[in-house]
Every structure is written in structure tokens, then in C-alpha cells.
Design a protein around this ligand. Structure first.
Ligand SMILES: [Ca+2]
Ligand SMILES: [Ca+2]
Ligand SMILES: [Ca+2]
Ligand SMILES: [Ca+2]
Length: 415
């Protein structure tokens, strides 16, 4: 194989510095070294494989070789301090996307509906500036908007739960009662939809959404998450097709208890638009919906390669001292790959797809196994609670539109 000096077009990957399998030097510190599963023999030379700082997407930061264990197994707070000293953390603001989720919806209650609510979730909480919750009426022409709540200046508390409900006190833990949220019969019972939009322009007002349809939002609005729901209504395939394509309508009455149950993501959060995670159970406004909570959030944006979309996932709880791993599957076999790490989540055009881990602060060179997998086991360090980071793989792949396939991006938040 002729070595490509810049396989991902990122200006600083150098596969010639990745020894071929039989030449790979053994790490002096076997315990601290991580190698991809399926790699043939030996260990990657981690001190060569991981570099910090250089990036093709922004300012070229000072390069510093960093042992992989510093990120995955070592003192992650040391990395934290390094990033602070480089000014990376200060610039790692949230821009151009959102990992907030619609976590629970209760549209229907006994007799007159007077305890309707919409619960949003983001692990660790965070700002809701430039977020809009929009309700769509499945019975109207084009499924038009019938209510919009501008969440500018609102924020999700540290517990992760934000409840939008009436001002009457009938919904416990209500965080926000918009002036246009009626005390009764505000949230239609279906087939209807709740959508969460993010304004990438920072200039939209709630009035910009008035009367719009899901397929024609205001310019600059990006759909973050949505649920199409009903109460034993036949499926509104147009609504589903526009808001949760490939998914299904969620039935609040699946247990014949629409008056006493809500629809909840179980566990809290998870992948946007995933209609398989919803369950009907007793309402829990402002509190967990139960189930095992993953510290990882699938942020999408895969770019297909020879086997379709490469799939990136994580395991473990990210509690200090516990085991976990970062995984890649369904990628090209035996291919040069890079794990790109960021402290921000900024969707950026890249090789015909979208790279979310921008600015890239860590770039870990790896090779996929013969079955197109990489597994990076680690023990998460103590003292890193609250650390949030984003990961995405780029894989050299001749079948990709510009010879680079991308996995989905993954958000991780240490509890
Ligand atoms: Ca209702
Ligand atoms: Ca209900
Ligand atoms: Ca309706
Ligand atoms: Ca809840």
C-alpha cells in the first residue's frame, strides 16, 4: 500500500508514523496502552498516535504529543488543564447545534385537560437560548403550527429536566409557563406533533414560526428533535415523514391509560428522532423517566462508506474508576482511521459530510480491524465529573463520496 501522507486531508495525520502491525513497537507501559481490537499483534505506539493541538479547522495550536492514556486512562484533568492553557476550553462554546431532547409529553388528561406539559432534557443542564418548541396540528392543512414557545433566556437546570406547563400549579416542577400556554386544552391530543427547533441565526422570533408547516420552517431553523403522537389515532404519515422520518407515531393510549399516563423517553435523553425509546407510564414532570441512563448521546451525521454508515458508540457510565469503551463498527476493514475529539459540537462541512467535533483538539490515529471495527477500552479517571466531550471517527474509504467516511458523532458527559 502506498502511504497517503494526509489520508483525511487534515494536514497533520501522518500514517507513515503508524507502524505496520508487525513493526509496531511494544509499549513500555502495557497497562496504559490502548490498541484497537482486531489489530494484528503488538500495541500501537500511543505516544506517536495521539497529538494535541493541530487542526485544519481553526487556529493551528501548538502541537504536543500526548500519550493516549492521558485522555482515556490517565489524569484527564491534566488534559483539561492543558486545554485551558491553550485557550481551547474558553472557545468551546456551543454553536450551531443542540443536544437537548424532548423527553416527555403529556397531552391528554381526565375530562378537561389541565395538566398538560412538555419536558425537555439535557444531561447536566444548559442554556435554551435560540431554542423554540413548536406544536403542529395534524388535522390542519399542511400540519400547520398552532403554538410556539420561545425559550430564549431560559435554561435547563443542572438536574437536566425543564418542564413547560400551565401557570396553575397543576404540573409539579414546572420551570416555564409561557404567556401563550393556556391553562387548559393547550396541547392537542393527536395526531399532532411537538418539535424542538434551534435558531442558527440568533435572530428568529416566535412569530416567525406562526402558521408554518414542518417542511417549511423559517430560514436558519434547524430541527433538533420531534415527537409525533396521538391517542389511539391513525398515524399521520405526513407528520411522521417530515419530523421523525422512518419512525412511528407514539400512542399515549398504548396501555388504554391516556388520561393517567404520558409518553416518556426511557431512559432520559438518547438519540434525536428515535421513536423506539418512547414508553407510556405515569407522568414524571421534572424528574427522571427511569431506566438506565447512558452518558452518551448519538448526534448523527454519519457519512457512508463501503459498508454504509460507520457506527460509533460508547459503553460504560463514565463514573470515575469504572470501565468503558469507545467503539466503531461497520467501517472499511483495515483502513486508516482517526478518532477526532472536541469539547464543542459545531457542525462543519467536511469531505461531503458533516464533522461535528470542531474545533478538533485531539486527533488519534488508528487502524480498523479486518472486520471494520475499532474498540478503545478505558478506565475512566476520577475527578472528571462534569467533563463533556464529543467524538467522531473519520475513516479512509474509497467508497465514500470524497474517500473519507464519517461515523456518527457522539456526545459524552461524565456524571
Ligand atoms: Ca390535550
Ligand atoms: Ca396523558
Ligand atoms: Ca390536532
Ligand atoms: Ca420526566
Amino acid at each position: 500500500m502506498v502511504a497517503d501522507r494526509d489520508p483525511l486531508g487534515m494536514g497533520h495525520l501522518d500514517p507513515q508514523r503508524i507502524p505496520r502491525a508487525r513493526e509496531r513497537p511494544m509499549c513500555a507501559d502495557r497497562e496504559a496502552c490502548v490498541r484497537p481490537s482486531g489489530a494484528v499483534g503488538g500495541h500501537l505506539d500511543c505516544s506517536l498516535a495521539l497529538r494535541i493541538g493541530a487542526t485544519a479547522f481553526g487556529e493551528r495550536l501548538p502541537e504536543r504529543p500526548v500519550h493516549l492514556s492521558e485522555f482515556l486512562q490517565g489524569p484527564i484533568m491534566k488534559l483539561h488543564t492543558t486545554l485551558l492553557s491553550l485557550g481551547v476550553l474558553a472557545s468551546a462554546s456551543f454553536a450551531g447545534g443542540s443536544d437537548v431532547r424532548i423527553n416527555e409529553v403529556d397531552a391528554d388528561q381526565t375530562s378537561t385537560d389541565d395538566a398538560e406539559f412538555i419536558e425537555l432534557f439535557k444531561a447536566g443542564g444548559g442554556s435554551l437560548d435560540d431554542h423554540f418548541v413548536v406544536l403542529y396540528n395534524g388535522n390542519s392543512t399542511g400540519d400547520a403550527e398552532y403554538a410556539t414557545y420561545d425559550l430564549d433566556t431560559q435554561s435547563i437546570p443542572a438536574d437536566g429536566f425543564f418542564v413547560i406547563g400551565p401557570s396553575t400549579g397543576t404540573v409539579p416542577n414546572t420551570d416555564y409557563s409561557p404567556s401563550n400556554f393556556s391553562d387548559t386544552n393547550e396541547v392537542q391530543n393527536g395526531a399532532d406533533a411537538v418539535a424542538l427547533w434551534f435558531d442558527t441565526t440568533g435572530t428568529l422570533a416566535d412569530s416567525d414560526f406562526f402558521g408554518t408547516t414542518p417542511d417549511a420552517p423559517p430560514a436558519g431553523a434547524v430541527l433538533v428533535d420531534a415527537i409525533v403522537y396521538g391517542t389511539s389515532d391513525s398515524e399521520d404519515t405526513t407528520l411522521v415523514g417530515n419530523l421523525t422520518p422512518g419512525g412511528t407515531q407514539i400512542d399515549e393510549n398504548s396501555n388504554s391509560n391516556k388520561d393517567t399516563e404520558s409518553s416518556s423517553r426511557v431512559p432520559d435523553g438518547g438519540a434525536a428522532f428515535d421513536t423506539t425509546v418512547w414508553a407510556q407510564q405515569l407522568p414524571t414532570p421534572g424528574a427522571t423517566n427511569g431506566g438506565a441512563v447512558s452518558p452518551y448521546t448519538d448526534l448523527g451525521c454519519a457519512l457512508a462508506g463501503v459498508s454504509g454508515d460507520p457506527v460509533h458508540s460508547g459503553t460504560g457510565t463514565l463514573d470515575g474508576g469504572t470501565a468503558g469503551s469507545l467503539e466503531l463498527t461497520n467501517a472499511a476493514p483495515g483502513a486508516i482511521a482517526a478518532l477526532l475529539v472536541s469539547l464543542a459540537n459545531t457542525p462543519t462541512p467536511f469531505k461531503g459530510g458533516t464533522l461535528k467535533t470542531v474545533p478538533v483538539v485531539l486527533n488519534i490515529s488508528l487502524v480498523t480491524s479486518g472486520s471494520g471495527d475499532i474498540s478503545l477500552p478505558f478506565t475512566f479517571p476520577t475527578g472528571a465529573s462534569g467533563l463533556q466531550f464529543y467524538t467522531q471517527f473519520g475513516i479512509q474509504d474509497a467508497a465514500a463520496v470524497k474517500n473519507i467516511a464519517l461515523s456518527n458523532a457522539l456526545g459524552a458527559l461524565a456524571p
